[in-house]
Design a binder for this molecule. Structure first.
Ligand SMILES: C[S@@+](CC[C@H](N)C(=O)[O-])C[C@H]1O[C@@H](n2cnc3c(N)ncnc32)[C@H](O)[C@@H]1O
Length: 285
């Protein structure tokens, strides 16, 4: 086809009816292939992004909604301090909803055997990739499964960074499966119906330790009081007019003091004689 400008309908029809030269056919074919490749690349990227995004959006559609929020270094440090103080040295730990595996890796560095269960397939794949690339092959295991299908009684300690509805749903499972030796180290949202045996840290970095026999709460922990889904909970103050609030406050203060003392002693002991402390742990095994 010539490069002459087409000015009328007649000229256009004439140009279209003329057969293409070989060069024009090649040029057109190249253009078609380029267009196809671009459509495939954009479509592939969009599909890939959607596939990665779906597992992160799905929690919003679940009854028990627990989005992925990674633990901060301070939270992880608090979890580790609690485990070192209250749980069996080098024991078996399970992180419920293990995300990218950061809690499991931190536990593995301290000598624990850590298992992570995670529903999100992208996070599970990523944690498995990190396990092999960062040298945690022998002391971490990651399972892509629903945490409610895992028997908690098989572990010395259970760590969980959950959400309000998850903590409530976990209570019957924990009560049934955990033994007196199982330590529960809970981050960000505490259990609703139990008081922690120990508390460590403050605000969003707070970590609570629970074990059997559980201490019954007299009222819901403060952070649940403003959540509408817990307004009907039997421990909500509006449903129990005769609550002895001053006793409850004293119990909570006592448990915080006890916990801080224990952790302080542990840190001091580590600083003073790390070698002795290691020996003591080895004997406990
Ligand atoms: C708040 S994140 C905590 C992640 C990780 N433990 C950390 O501290 O970095 C909660 C995780 O639980 C996962 N999750 C939610 N429901 C679950 C279920 N039923 N079974 C297994 N994992 C679940 C989410 O996909 C998310 O990765």
């Amino acid at each position: 086809m010539s490069d002459k400008t087409i000015t009328s309908e007649k000229e256009l029809l004439a140009a279209l009816s003329k057969p293409d030269s070989d060069a024009a056919i090649v040029r057109k074919e190249r253009l078609r292939q380029k267009g196809f490749k671009m459509v495939m690349a954009v479509g592939g990227a969009a599909l890939g992004l959607t596939m990665v995004a779906i597992p992160f959006c799905l929690p919003a559609a679940r009854r028990i909604c627990v989005p992925y929020v990674p633990a901060t270094p301070v939270q992880i440090n608090n979890i580790i301090q609690c485990l070192k103080t209250h749980s069996k040295p080098q024991g078996k730990i399970i992180d419920l909803g293990s995300g990218d595996g950061r809690v499991c890796f931190a536990c593995a560095k301290e000598g624990y055997k850590a298992t992570g269960v995670e529903l999100n397939s992208v996070l599970w794949l990523w944690s498995t990739f990190l396990k092999y690339t960062r040298g945690f092959r022998s002391n971490t295991t990651f399972k892509r499964r629903n945490l409610f299908k895992e028997n908690l009684g098989d572990y010395d300690a259970v760590t969980v960074f959950g959400a309000p509805t998850l903590m409530q749903a976990l209570e019957p499972k924990v009560a049934k499966e955990c033994t007196e030796a199982t330590k529960l180290v809970v981050c960000r949202y505490p259990f609703l119906k139990w008081s922690p045996n120990y508390t460590y840290g403050n605000g969003i970095d707070c970590v609570w330790v629970y074990h059997k026999p559980f201490i019954a709460n007299q009222t819901l922990p403060a952070m649940y009081l403003d959540l509408v889904e817990f307004a009907d909970h039997p421990l909500h103050p509006s449903n129990q007019p005769e609550l002895d609030k001053s006793k409850h406050l004293k119990d909570v203060t006592d448990s915080i003091e006890k916990s801080e003392d224990a952790i302080q002693q542990n840190v001091q002991r580590d600083l003073n004689s790390p070698f002795e402390h290691k020996n003591e742990r080895a004997q406990m095994r």
